[in-house]
Design a protein around this ligand. Sequence first.
Ligand code: NAD
Length: 380
Amino acid sequence: MAIIGVIRETAPGERRVALVPADAGKLHLSGLDVLVESGAGAGARHDDEAYATAGARVAGRAQVYAESDILLCLRPPDDLEALRGGQILVGLLAPLADARVPERLAAAGVTAISLDLLPRTLSRAQAMDALTSQANVAGYKAALMAADAYGGFLPMLVTAAGTTRPARVLVLGAGIAGLQAIATARRLGAVVTGYDVREAARDDIASTGASVLRLDAPAAAGEGGYARRLTEAEAAQQQQALDDAVAGFDIVITAAQVPGGRPPLLVTSDAVDRLRPGAVVVDLAAGPHGGNVAGSEPGRTVVTPRGVTLIGAADLAARVPEAASTAYSRNVCSLLATLVRDGVPAIDPQDEVHTAVVVTHRGRITHPRVAAALAEEVTS
Ligand code: NAD
């Protein structure tokens, strides 16, 4: 029977765990041997005892690496060299962002499976869609962070001391995270407006009950339900219209991305300067390659000289570790159901989910997009 290993996350600030005790128990009942690194669940408030009670074995890191057939993680561990040939590593490995990870895993003969490569439109794969489950958590947390940093109420309150007007919230980019930010801000009582370049996303915004911001700018649906990058002229047209629109809001949450590229700049420094003192901007796209907001820095909160708070909110799912781990754990178990047949792990080259998510296998980078990204890196 296959041994499923769970390792403690090593990325700074990461509090999620790839498998929660409830799912460890289900895997155990299905006959699999679950081996969890001691302390792996601590950040998400799952202690070793909870795993042991669920039927898992708890061990040191070296033993988990040595014994496991399949290792579960969220982000690539910083001791990749501990993996050995023939093992399967399942995680959100971001192989397109850093091709050195798949290169090292291929060289070690590890089969790397990256859930961030899962095709979003494959209905069979929805239960494994970790990008969606984690973006949903991030969008929720973004709205809470904005509310926390904001000096006023979000709802309209009628009290003996007077009536407060509700906060005006604008959400730019209404994909999974943006739509959850819209829904959460609405639940908190704010008056919410959403904007996206995709027409379908505008319908999604309207279906939450929020207002749709309509700009004199082009729509830009791309492939697979994603947006395409705007041309320079289109981006300039959008920018002008957005600069004018942003100024009237108390809170702006941005969650706009285009696949495989830098996030589009949507809130310029001019627009930030036109916000009123006390306004809060949360940039969910903030990262090493820029963000949606001029001046936002990943993982940092900056207050401009005019008193506008810019929150560079990267990796927010890790800050709601219990909910994010529970959802991710479900995603991973759905994948395992296709990966382990009669107790034995097996990659099925006929399975479209497997071909989409397997990055390295038998010493080679098997994923065409990752191989192309690596080749480009080598020649540049
Ligand atoms: P994402 O993180 O790549 O992008 C977030 C949002 O930013 C998108 O809605 C995009 O249109 C928007 N955006 C990009 N450039 C913009 C710009 N210049 N101005 C304004 N907005 C901009 O996407 P995501 O949230 O991971 O998913 C996007 C879409 O993928 C979903 O809304 C859905 O249509 C599709 N999807 C489908 C499934 C499924 O069918 N199971 C699952 C997940 C996602």
